[in-house]
Unconditional design. Structure first.
Length: 211
């Protein structure tokens, strides 16, 4: 059996906190699958002129590279669940806590049922400004669940970003800023349809204990 290897963080998470958070996340996933609430995995990624296409094929004698250069930045913040529902926000400007607050404020205003948002511990997610908003969001039905530090592999939306950058975006999308942004938005608009679809295999250790 083969499994994709992944990059590891330079710092390892605290083992006890990691185990505790993983168990809690398992419970949340099961309760989401049973229909108790919505569970969204959220994160921000940047699409730039530095392509992530891992390899490709071209006729012998016609080899050419994909230019890699600075610029073209498009920051995308996504909130995704296992059912293929995806909400995204984007900006060509740097992202900070206020940017995330604006996006989560908008997302919270659209909720029709209680929603738990799973996010990591980057500085703009754990700032004082974010902390001051948590109670307000909870009154609107939006709750924040922080992953253990240094555990990006636990955030399921990373799979979406990887698929977009390594598979779905093509060399032609990196010609200029317009083609890059158009390619990203085409994928986001058509996510969960046709070629832009991810069939998740969900494995949780605690399922039998809960149900």
């Amino acid at each position: 059996m083969w499994k994709r290897f992944r990059k590891e963080t330079a710092v390892k998470p605290n083992p006890e906190e990691y185990e505790e958070k993983c168990e809690l996340l398992d419970v949340l996933i099961v309760l989401f699958l049973l229909g108790y609430f919505d569970l969204r995995f959220a994160d921000k990624t940047a699409f730039t002129f530095q392509p992530n296409v891992p390899y490709g094929w071209i006729r012998k004698g016609q080899q050419q590279g994909i230019p890699s250069r600075k610029g073209g930045n498009l920051n995308v913040f996504g909130l995704m669940n296992y059912l293929g529902e995806l909400t995204t926000y984007q900006s060509t400007k740097p992202v900070n806590s206020q940017t995330v607050i604006n996006w989560l404020d908008d997302f919270a205003s659209t909720l029709k049922r209680m929603t738990i948002v799973v996010i990591d511990n980057v500085p703009w997610h754990v700032s004082k400004e974010i902390e001051d908003k948590i109670k307000e969001w909870e009154e609107l039905g939006l709750f924040i669940f922080y992953l253990p530090p240094y555990s990006p592999h636990l955030n399921t939306i990373e799979t979406l970003w990887r698929k977009m950058k390594h598979t779905w975006l093509k060399p032609k999308n990196y010609i200029n800023k317009e083609t890059l942004h158009e390619g990203v938005n085409c994928i986001l608009k058509n996510y969960n349809a046709g070629e832009y679809k991810i069939n998740f295999t969900i494995k949780v250790k605690c399922y039998d204990k809960i149900v």
